[in-house]
Design a protein around this ligand. Structure first.
Ligand SMILES: [Zn+2]
Length: 193
């Protein structure tokens, strides 16, 4: 990929170990990355290893460039184009800037998670005892409850919906009591490929 900075510097991304380029591992993909590293260590054949390295490379396909002349940053956006960021304390962001540049490399087809949490007693730092939250793309708002029954019912409605839409990798209900934390429900997606 070749492009020109606003200041006139010409970027040539056609070799390795470039000093002005970095790869971004989205936080949404960190667990998958870690599991792939473990799998690579256990793999028996060169073919298995290459298959895992291809997947790791796919997770690291998001790149950021910094102009060595003026310091501007260029981030590859979801559509494959570049968005420029100018170091500044005063400029307002562009209206149409892509807000999801650090999203998972899988984009909207990323498999996230669904969690219900119930606290008894309710800690002071929480607005309510129960919550149901999904970490998915596009995001879903966290829902709060004051009874365990409502928390559990909402969890199962969300669980059926997100599982049918193939948007989650795992789901769980956890109850936090003074004696410790118990997992009352746990589900993991099979066939991760
Ligand atoms: Zn520049």
């Amino acid at each position: 990929m070749n492009f020109t900075c606003r200041c006139g510097y010409r970027f040539h991304d056609n070799t390795d170990e470039l000093r002005f380029k970095a790869r971004i591992l989205p936080d949404q993909d960190f667990n998958e990355f870690y599991t792939l590293l473990e799998d690579a260590g256990k793999s028996q054949t060169k073919e298995e290893q290459h298959h895992i390295f291809d997947k790791i490379y796919d997770l690291l396909k998001k790149c950021i460039y910094q102009c060595p002349e003026c310091g501007r940053l260029f981030l590859k956006n979801s559509g494959g184009g570049l968005t420029m960021f100018t170091p500044s304390d005063s400029a307002e962001p562009n209206e149409d800037v892509d807000r999801n540049m650090l999203m998972s490399a899988h984009g909207a087809s990323w498999h996230g998670s669904l969690r219900a949490e119930w606290y008894d007693p309710k800690p002071v730092w929480l607005p309510h005892s129960g919550s149901v939250g999904a970490s998915v793309n596009p995001p879903e708002p966290v829902q709060w409850f004051d009874t365990y029954t409502e928390t559990e019912q909402t969890f199962h409605v969300m669980f059926e919906k997100l599982r049918a839409e193939d948007r989650i990798d795992y789901a769980e209900i956890r109850v936090h009591e003074q004696g410790g934390t118990r997992c009352l429900f746990s589900w993991r997606r099979e066939n991760k490929d």
